[in-house]
Write a protein that binds this ligand. Sequence first.
Ligand SMILES: C[S@@+](CC[C@H](N)C(=O)[O-])C[C@H]1O[C@@H](n2cnc3c(N)ncnc32)[C@H](O)[C@@H]1O
Length: 319
Amino acid sequence: MAHSRLTLALEDGAPSLPGGPVRVLRPPAEYDLSVLEKDRVEIAHGFKPDHDAWMTRGYAPAGIDPVPTIVVVVPRSKALARRMVLRARHEATDLVIVDGAKTDGVDSLYKACRGWAPVAGTLTKGHGRLYWFAPEGAPDWHVPDQMVDGFRTQPGVFSEGRIDPGSRLLAEALPPLVGRVADLGAGWGYLSAAVLRHPGVTALDMVEAEALALDCLSDNIDDARASAHWADATRFSTESPYDAVVANPPFHTTRKGAPELGQAFLATAARILKPRGTLYMVANRHLPYEGRLKELFAHVQELGGDAAFKLIAATRPRR
Ligand SMILES: C[S@@+](CC[C@H](N)C(=O)[O-])C[C@H]1O[C@@H](n2cnc3c(N)ncnc32)[C@H](O)[C@@H]1O
């Protein structure tokens, strides 16, 4: 295996790593941390499947006290990347290392950091860059939350600062809902809020893997019928099946399209619905969901949509 940037840099002694814990912010499950002794590493990852992957391998979750070293693994969201660097500047006592892919904007982050941080060195390799600095300097970055229609959103969540047009279409097309409902991939709560406007709904479980989105949900949804779950929807199960499931399923992980992720959401819906329950979903027209829906449900019906999105109701999950 080719050496990762982190391995190359640390084996070369540039930067030289202080003793003590190393907190790593948002390393994807496949990120290479083999250069570090496991018992020194703390993982801070808000996305449940990645978090679970690291915990299963025996890594410790991050604490909140300052640590000597923080490694920022640059995410796709540029605003979230800045927030993570600000966090690292605040929580690291000795060293901040930033590592990312060019496609995720590491070069512009590097330039922006050099405006205020004492960047001591950099290594470019494998279509990416790693750089490091002592946690000094005064960043003048302001990375605000964004409000939309009274909802709070923040960097790193799906549809930050805007309502997803597919979710809006589904919210407007929902028939009267009654009983127990689940929202798979609830995000910052737009669809969940629409579900809760149905007076017949007695309970809503909002299932979401991204902790940043759950943080928004806790501000955006204030209803005794609603409960939020930090969970991987593809593994979610319940002892009290649902009358309805709503979903605008995710269809990519990082930059790669992953229709199988959305298809796994459909399988969960079929598994957690009552025998006469219904899945209401929206998807981009090009996504290949109908075949899988027909395997999972006895009745699949398109409810309309527009040129970009299809709305689908699927009833009677097959056991
Ligand atoms: C297309 S967005 C829909 C968000 C929200 N329902 C809306 O309508 O605005 C899909 C959501 O699924 C979440 N997600 C992705 N993978 C997930 C998983 N394995 N389990 C649960 N949620 C997941 C994403 O974080 C995102 O919030």
